[in-house]
Design a protein around this ligand. Structure first.
Ligand code: 5AD
Ligand code: SF4
Length: 480
């Protein structure tokens, strides 16, 4: 994902004591990778603005280009590298006036290479070093030398930093609740790039959510690499969800990412009992074969996972599920691959993020196994997984035709100003004719058609809504 900061305005400027020669400069911030990186860029924007830097969405006007990077797969790194080459060429044209910085996961992983061998950048800052950015920028500006801080922390949660959100006045916001990961899945570089797990204090999360409600936001997504491990004193993740959900009945709550080995009944009960905790879970399975899951060090078997899905569907009828899947992991046989397809048929996810395995240096898999599934086989298996998922998603969506959903309007549809887009409680995107509705409203939409990715619908007229309501009430009375 590429995500730029729109103009955050020319700040009035910080107190004189904070102003530095470097701080008169304009920063262009570009973000790659996961939602966590998007959230981190909002922290970076806040730190920089606090120190008087201007933020611009126009790279050609920038004095400083910062790229917040992702290291999860090789192609993510290649994308960033190409971008760095581009800015290095720009820098040459400006006789060095442009400063280039690498932030985030690649900074952590490739600090020496970026600085020394390739001399691509002036600044390298890891995910726990964002408070230090003003000093680093200043140091490299003053000395003309590269500045670096890739120290990982066991405590840093940026709890006291108010993120500067590019969509100020928006409908949905990310709220980071924890950082790092202790899980050490064999394929994953995140524990190396983001360090140990640590939770942000619950009070600061609740304060931030309250501020978002006051500012008119209607949805928050609580973020962490493994939210199930959240703990602040006696507040675990289920309890945190309850507390956030009680701030306002009209605030929708989502979260990402949940680990199947730690997903508890207590959490599933919260989904069912709290109407504004969305009836949707992203539960990455990664693979459908128990031997592969063992090699991946995921901590559950395929049967355990399927049992968890049954439990979720029993405790939360109608719950929507999505997942992550990797094809072509080390030693994956054709039969093991077929197990992934079979598991997908059994679960019937509404949505999936699907990837070919990409070996990451230093991970357990890179050290212990051979990356021995040929690229064309990985690719073919990925295509099979994607084709199956598209079919299942389309079939699931077809079942929605005729149903009516409460949709939170997120904005105009990409195709037409006459249409709006928003999401159902179950996280499905719906496009429908505007008919007077506006961004930020909850509207009732009857589904009239679909693709595998989007539902199409029409607003239910007010009278009809009332009638539906009465019918539902009647059904309840009859049932009682
Ligand atoms: N290769 C391919 N996919 C990966 N993921 C994490 N590491 C790798 C890798 N080395 C995927 C997993 C994870 C998602 C965020 O990215 O599916 O859940
Ligand atoms: Fe990576 Fe596993 Fe942690 Fe997710 S849970 S970030 S896949 S190590």
């Amino acid at each position: 994902m590429l995500y730029n900061f729109p103009i955050a305005g020319q700040p009035d400027g910080p107190p004189e004591t904070l102003r530095t020669p470097s701080a008169a400069r304009q920063v262009y911030l570009e973000t790659y990778g996961c939602q966590m990186n998007v959230s981190d860029s909002e922290i970076v924007a806040s730190v920089l603005q606090e120190h008087g830097y201007g933020l611009t969405t126009d790279a050609s006007r920038a004095d400083i280009v910062l790229i917040n990077t992702c290291a999860i797969r090789e192609n993510a790194e290649q994308k960033v590298r190409r971008r760095l080459e581009y800015f290095r060429a720009r820098k040459r044209k400006t006789q060095g006036a442009l400063s280039i910085g690498v932030l985030g996961c690649m900074a952590e992983r490739l600090r020496h290479k970026l600085l020394e061998q390739e001399q691509l950048v002036d600044l390298v800052a890891g995910p726990d070093a964002y408070r230090d950015l003003p000093r680093l920028l200043e140091a490299s500006y003053e000395s003309g030398q590269a500045a670096i801080n890739v120290q990982l922390s066991r405590e840093e949660t940026y709890a006291d930093i108010a993120p500067v959100r590019p969509n100020a006045g928006g409908v949905t916001a990310f709220v980071s609740i924890m950082r790092g990961c202790d899980n050490m899945c064999a394929f994953c570089v995140v524990p190396f790039t983001r360090g140990r797990e640590r939770s942000r204090p619950a009070t600061s999360i609740l304060d931030e959510c309250q501020q978002l409600i006051d500012a008119g936001y209607n949805e928050v997504t609580l973020l962490g690499q493994n939210v199930n491990s959240y703990r602040d004193g006696n507040v675990n993740f289920a309890e945190l969800l309850v507390r956030v959900s009680m701030l306002s009945p009209t605030l929708r709550i989502r979260y990402s990412t949940s680990h199947p080995k730690d997903c508890t009944d207590e959490l599933l009960h919260v989904h069912w009992e709290r109407p504004n905790v969305c009836n949707y879970i992203h539960l990455p399975v990664q693979h459908g074969n128990t031997q592969v899951l063992r090699r991946m060090r995921r901590g559950y078997t395929a049967n355990h996972y399927l049992g968890l899905i049954d439990r979720a569907r029993t405790l939360c009828p109608g719950i929507s599920l999505s997942t992550d899947i990797i094809t072509g992991f080390c030693d994956e046989t054709e039969a093991e691959h077929q197990d992934t397809l079979a598991l997908m048929e059994a679960v019937r996810y509404d949505h999936a993020y699907m990837f070919m395995y990409s070996e990451r240096p230093d991970t357990y898999a890179a050290r212990k196994y051979e990356d021995n599934v040929p690229p064309e086989v990985k690719k073919r298996r990925l295509t099979e997984v994607i084709t199956l998922q598209n079919r299942i998603a389309l079939e699931n969506n077809r079942k929605e035709v005729g149903c009516t959903h409460t949709v939170l309007v997120e904005g105009r549809s990409r195709r037409s100003a006459a249409q709006l887009r928003g999401r159902t409680d179950s996280n499905k995107m719906v496009v429908f004719d505007r008919h007077g509705a506006a961004k930020g409203q909850y509207v009732r939409v009857r589904i009239t058609g679909c693709t595998s990715a989007t539902l199409l619908g029409e607003r239910v007229p007010a009278q009809r809504r009332l009638a539906t309501h009465m019918r539902e009430a009647g059904t309840l009375l009859t049932a009682a």
